[in-house]
Write a protein that binds this ligand. Structure first.
Ligand code: ATP
Ligand code: MG
Length: 327
């Protein structure tokens, strides 16, 4: 069995809008190993969600997949029909969304939503499904589960809802879990608990995960490796400790500089990334970060850089690095 669970090749996605064609994802390729937690980090609009929704086959109808292949366990997903993907989702790949309220149905109890998810994929009795549902609620740290089974999503707190979402995503033991900013809406203590829970569940079940976040500190807490995205491209990728300690791309350095620093006054804490965020209808030629990069030169405006290897499994796409590597 190959060590690679997910293999994404040259994924390109555009979105027709009234302002023109949005170039949301512009040729990304990556692999995720079995049991690994891969972070996807980047500013708002960098293509983290759109590229991950494509893996789940959950893109809205009008989105255009210009090119790409997505292999899960060697099986290509992008060409599967919706019916085939429905059987896959939940069972093989599952997703935790940023906003649990929009995904939990207010009309049905939590118990109903969990058992229906199980019964859609497994040939077991309703009673067995209910038992499994309760075990899962317990496994994600919820108590008083008999009562919870009969409650509705609007009756419980945000932290509990997020745990219920995790329970629904994990109840059929998916091979791959995509978690899209699963803790952004929560306060720091609950966020910590959820991150620890996800890490534990991933280790116990050897579950592979793609973890999307804006926040390097969150990524450092949970991820093994990280891909840094900008303008629909991967700009840098590597083991989280290496990227954190030795960020190679000026964009990664800028994100790290913009992180809130401890022990400084609130006004001093944030150094915003200079320049305007990208306009995805008019993508700049060359490196998409060049209009905001103080080190940009002529070639940066013309060609997308080649891969430069920084160290084992750590690489980045920046012309400046290519030059240093050639010296
Ligand atoms: N429904 C949509 N209609 C038009 N453009 C969209 C739509 N969804 C996403 N986009 C555009 O696609 C690009 C990638 O968006 P995406 O949602 O993947 O970003 P993201 O990295 O997930 O950002 P965030 O951190 O804000 O969630 C952005 O330019 C965004 O404006
Ligand atoms: Mg997003």
């Amino acid at each position: 069995m190959s060590d690679v669970l997910l293999n994404v090749q040259d994924l390109r996605i555009s979105i027709p809008t009234t302002h023109g064609l949005v170039h949301a994802v512009n040729g990304i390729s990556y692999e995720v190993m079995r049991g690994e937690i891969m972070g996807i980090i980047g500013e708002s609009g960098s293509g983290k969600s759109v590229s991950s929704y494509a893996v789940m086959h959950l893109l809205p109808e009008n989105f255009i997949v210009e090119s790409g292949k997505v292999f899960l366990d060697g099986e290509e997903l992008l060409h599967k029909s919706n019916a085939e993907m429905q059987a896959y989702r939940g069972k093989k790949i599952s997703m935790i969304f940023q906003d649990p309220l929009s995904c939990l149905d207010p009309v049905y109890t939590i118990g109903y939503q969990l058992t229906e998810t199980i019964l859609a994929h497994e040939n077991i009795s309703k009673k067995e499904a209910q038992t499994r549902a309760k075990e899962m609620l317990h496994a994600v740290g919820l108590r008083d589960v008999d009562r919870l089974m009969n409650q509705y999503s609007f009756e419980i707190s945000g932290g509990m809802r997020q745990r219920v979402m995790i329970a629904i995503a994990l109840v059929c033991s998916p091979k791959l879990l995509i978690a899209d900013e699963p803790t952004t809406a929560l306060d720091v203590t609950i966020q910590d608990q959820i991150l620890r829970l996800l890490r534990k569940l991933s280790e116990e079940n050897r579950m592979t995960m793609i973890f999307i976040t804006h926040n390097f500190n969150v990524a450092a807490q949970i991820c093994d490796r990280v891909s840094v995205m900008y303008g629909g491209h991967i700009m840098e990728q590597g083991p989280i400790a290496d990227v954190f300690a030795n960020p190679a791309h000026p964009y990664t350095q800028a994100i790290l500089n913009a992180m809130p620093k401890m022990n400084t006054s609130p006004e001093e804490r944030l150094t915003p990334i200079p320049g305007e965020p990208i306009n995805p209808v008019h993508m700049p030629a060359g490196c998409p970060f060049h209009p905001r990069c103080s080190l940009a030169r002529k070639i940066c405006k013309e060609e997308f850089p080649a891969e430069t290897i920084i160290s084992d499994k750590h690489f980045a796409y920046c012309h400046r690095l290519e030059e240093t590597a050639d010296e």
